[in-house]
Design a protein around this ligand. Structure first.
Ligand SMILES: [Zn+2]
Length: 288
């Protein structure tokens, strides 16, 4: 386990004190300063272009990135990315608007572009992997005596997640909670031969994990932990996601839930090092 490291506002201002520093960073992430002619690239003062000292060739480092057509200064983008990166419980567009002193529309657009850049890795999980599903979102109550439970559940979205112990997470919004859907999720995200799957007693797994090593705890019999068999890591993730949605975002439409989920997974998978998480976020935006 890597030691946790902080990356606060002081660090951000030190590394990226102005627009030039941000431009240099974007250039250096994609190109070398040395031109093939033997010259050196320098930032042209007052512009977003770099030019070779010898052959005069010009490069616009933002041209293939998300920052290209944005009227928002790079330094403001970097500040927004830093806020997002450190906001482990998520951040609303209203909050971003207040912090950056921009319009709501601008804050919303920045947040939506950041979330869209956070596609989950296709690398398969292995080792001890906990898997579980949950109902997320929806504002309807189940009623005092659960008489409206059916409606309340229908208003929620179903999410399946899997997490390696001390490792990475994958999570997806799915249409129904069935054995077939669970099997598709497992085929896509889990390396079968190298995995011990840890689940609850849901019947879905019996068909879905055919041929795989699996151990389960039976929540219906109040069995939550048996030796090292439990799904507590994933349960902790669910409660974090649910609390964050209620506390920060109030409600999320089904249409946008996957991109919010991608953000929670991104924060989880980059949980130990604030500076690396920030760098990785900028990297994903540069290549989005
Ligand atoms: Zn040159």
């Amino acid at each position: 386990m890597t030691k946790e490291t902080r990356y606060g506002l002081t660090s951000l201002k030190r590394d990226f004190p102005n627009e030039e520093a941000c431009l240099q960073f974007v250039f250096d992430s994609q190109h070398t300063r040395k031109c093939s002619c033997g010259g050196q690239y320098h930032l042209i003062k007052g512009r977003k272009q770099f030019q070779c000292s010898k052959c005069r060739f010009q490069i616009a480092p933002c041209s293939n990135t998300i920052f290209h057509k944005s009227a928002t200064p790079l330094s403001l983008w970097f500040h927004a990315i830093w806020i997002f990166s450190n906001a482990k419980s998520g951040i609303s567009a209203l909050e971003m608007q207040r912090q950056l002193e921009v319009t709501y529309k601008c804050a919303w657009r920045i947040l939506s572009l950041i979330r869209k850049s956070l596609k989950q890795s296709e690398e398969k999980l292995k080792g001890d992997v906990e898997i579980d599903s949950a109902y997320i979102g929806g504002v309807k109550s189940g009623g005092k005596n659960n008489e409206k439970l059916g409606q309340a559940i229908a208003a929620k979205a179903i999410v399946i997640a899997a997490v390696e112990r001390n490792g990475q997470m994958r999570a997806e919004v799915v249409k129904v909670n069935s054995a077939t859907i669970t099997k598709d999720f497992i085929d896509k995200h889990i390396a079968k031969g190298e995995t011990r799957l840890l689940t609850d007693g849901s019947r879905n797994y019996e068909r879905a994990v055919f041929g795989m090593k699996r151990e389960s705890v039976d929540h219906s019999k109040k069995e939550y932990v048996r030796g090292d068999v439990h799904i507590n890591t994933i349960e902790t993730f669910w409660s974090h996601v649910k609390r964050s949605i209620t506390g920060t975002h109030k409600a999320i439409s089904h249409q946008h839930l996957q991109s919010y989920l991608d953000a929670f997974v991104f924060h989880y998978n980059n949980r130990y090092n604030d500076k690396e998480r920030f760098a990785s976020l900028i990297g994903s935006l540069l290549h989005a």
